[in-house]
Design a protein. Structure first.
Length: 322
């Protein structure tokens, strides 16, 4: 079968190689799946660089999230069992982690539903307890992770403020349903949020960026507000000033979605049922920036690593055109 492999750590475009390899053999409680679409996530870039919290043995195939087909013909979505990841024709996955792909979504959309939307739902509801009528601020609102949070925030009845970088991404955020869009390159994020909320600030802030974005968040979070830390795509891990959190009376909440699989796996299935219902009602639909042919997988991962993409890039095996 064809697969993209990483033999040494580095930038994705430099270290990902397309090869003909043997099909992987399922281990205990694993299944072999035929990939229909593989979503590109920022962790794929971190895996290539050797910076992710999980470091599979070299060589490995990146691609942590797929829509795939079982041997008996069922269309499913799942996370992959590294080192045999999703940028391949065949992939290994844990049998217990298979979820039915929503009928309302095509293969590329279904592949992009799982991690980003589950992260968004757990972050906004389990961690931050977002309430109807509250103000939600989403950093990187036109990206794959941010766009999911925007849609979920609107579905929850929140007023959504999206922060983006550049007019093109601003247009995408508006189309997603943001009530207010702030271009961080040309506008003062903190001042604009305070002006839009009558000086109160945002009740919930969803931050997959870190660095300067977190500093802005701390300055414009409301009384009893909640800042949800999702990741550090900006490359800098902030050091929160806890005295500041005390004085302003806000919470800083970490979200590691993968822990729910180990600590509360039933909650993932329940969340998927909710997301499937949302998709059927048209409340959410993954924003697919580009459907990438299999030959372009390394370039796609590099572009996500560089932060130049809008929405999700999804890699399709060459024989699949969904």
């Amino acid at each position: 079968m064809q697969a993209w492999r990483v033999y040494e750590n580095g930038e994705p475009a430099a270290v990902m190689r397309r090869e003909e390899v043997d099909a992987p053999t399922p281990g205990d409680r694993q299944v072999l799946l035929r990939v229909r679409a593989a979503n590109v996530n920022f962790p794929d870039a971190l895996l290539c660089r050797g910076h992710y919290q999980v470091r599979p043995p070299l060589p490995f195939t990146p691609g942590v999230e797929v829509c795939a087909e079982t041997e008996d013909g069922r269309r499913v979505i799942t996370t992959t069992a590294l080192p045999h990841g999703g940028f391949a024709e065949l992939v290994l996955a844990d049998a217990a982690g298979l979820l039915p792909a929503p009928e309302s979504l095509d293969d590329a959309e279904a592949a992009a539903l799982h991690i980003g939307y589950q992260t968004g739902w757990f972050g906004l509801h389990r961690r931050a307890a977002l309430q109807p009528g509250e103000t939600l601020l989403v950093h990187a609102a036109a990206g794959g992770v941010g766009s999911a949070a925007v849609q979920l925030g609107k579905a929850a009845g929140a007023t959504v403020i999206g922060v983006v970088g550049g007019p093109g991404k601003a247009a995408v955020a508006r189309a997603l349903g943001c009530d207010l869009v702030i271009d961080r390159r040309s506008e003062d994020v903190v001042a604009t949020v305070k002006a839009a909320t009558g000086g109160r600030g945002a009740d919930v802030i969803y931050d997959p960026v870190g660095g300067e974005a977190y500093q802005q968040s701390a300055k414009c979070v409301a009384f009893e507000g909640r800042i949800v830390i999702v990741g550090f795509a900006g490359g800098t891990v902030p050091a929160p000033a806890l005295n500041h959190a005390l004085v302003k009376n806000y919470a800083v909440l970490g979200l590691h979605w993968g822990l729910y699989a180990a600590k509360d796996p039933a909650s993932i299935a329940r969340c998927h049922e909710t997301l499937t219902e949302y998709a059927a009602k048209g409340l959410i639909r993954p924003l697919i920036g580009e459907r990438v042919p299999f030959a372009g997988a390394a370039d796609a991962v590099q572009r996500v690593a560089d932060g130049t993409t809008t929405g999700r890039l999804v890699v399709l095996p060459e024989e699949v055109h969904a």
